[in-house]
Design a protein around this ligand. Structure first.
Ligand SMILES: Cc1cc2nc3c(=O)[nH]c(=O)nc-3n(C[C@H](O)[C@H](O)[C@H](O)COP(=O)(O)O)c2cc1C
Length: 176
């Protein structure tokens, strides 16, 4: 699959069957995330990999009962780790770059999973503290995204995007 096919194929999968995700597929997804750009190559994020069923259920509860999080055989949790940036980048690294690093890595993981025929859904609606407690994360790590990964058990539905003429501003903000 070339990149445009992968991008076109990706959609938010909110139902998974019980087919497992192989270690090889997981490794490939993590390696792709690890290849994502980051500010100063500091990679100010951490990824927690969860396969345990009980923990997946706890994460689903912490995500306001988005049960598909528990359905997926593998769940990745992307945390910003501001301490990796503090010394080099100060406030901007702590409040911005580490969140951006986490987001780019998560987006790369989504595309890698799609390329392997797997489905993902970026879950951003969750109780930060509950997620950190479930995973025993240090207080300084900020959960950014929960990414369930598995074999899709639903179908993509049409969704709209803003027209480029509205989204892309040429030369000046607000222009078309
Ligand atoms: C920052 C962010 C937070 C999101 N949070 C959730 C979420 O909590 N639950 C959910 O079902 N989808 C969530 N999504 C997925 C979006 O709803 C989805 O990407 C959007 O509707 C476009 O659909 P598509 O991914 O199928 O193209 C989130 C996506 C992003 C980028």
């Amino acid at each position: 699959m070339d990149l445009s096919d992968v991008v076109a194929k990706r959609y938010s999968v909110r139902a998974f069957n019980d087919q497992p995700v192989s270690e090889a597929a997981l490794k490939s997804i993590l390696e792709t995330a690890n290849a994502a750009p980051s500010a100063g190559n500091r990679q100010a994020y951490e990824i927690v990999v969860v396969r345990d069923a009980k923990r997946r259920r706890q994460l689903a509860v912490a995500s306001h009962e988005q049960w598909f999080v528990a359905e997926a055989p593998v769940v990745l949790i992307f945390f910003a780790n501001p301490e990796r940036n503090r010394e080099r980048y100060r406030e901007r690294g702590v409040s911005l770059y580490c969140l951006q690093d986490s987001a780019v890595a998560c987006a790369y993981a989504q595309l890698a999973a799609t390329a392997l025929g797997l489905g993902t859904c970026w879950v951003g609606s969750f109780e930060d503290r509950a997620v950190s407690e479930i995973l025993g994360a240090p207080a300084s790590w900020q959960p950014v995204a929960i990414l369930p990964i598995g074999q899709p058990a639903d179908k993509p539905r049409p969704r709209e995007r803003r027209p480029l003429s509205n989204l892309a501003h040429h030369e000046k903000a607000g222009s078309e």
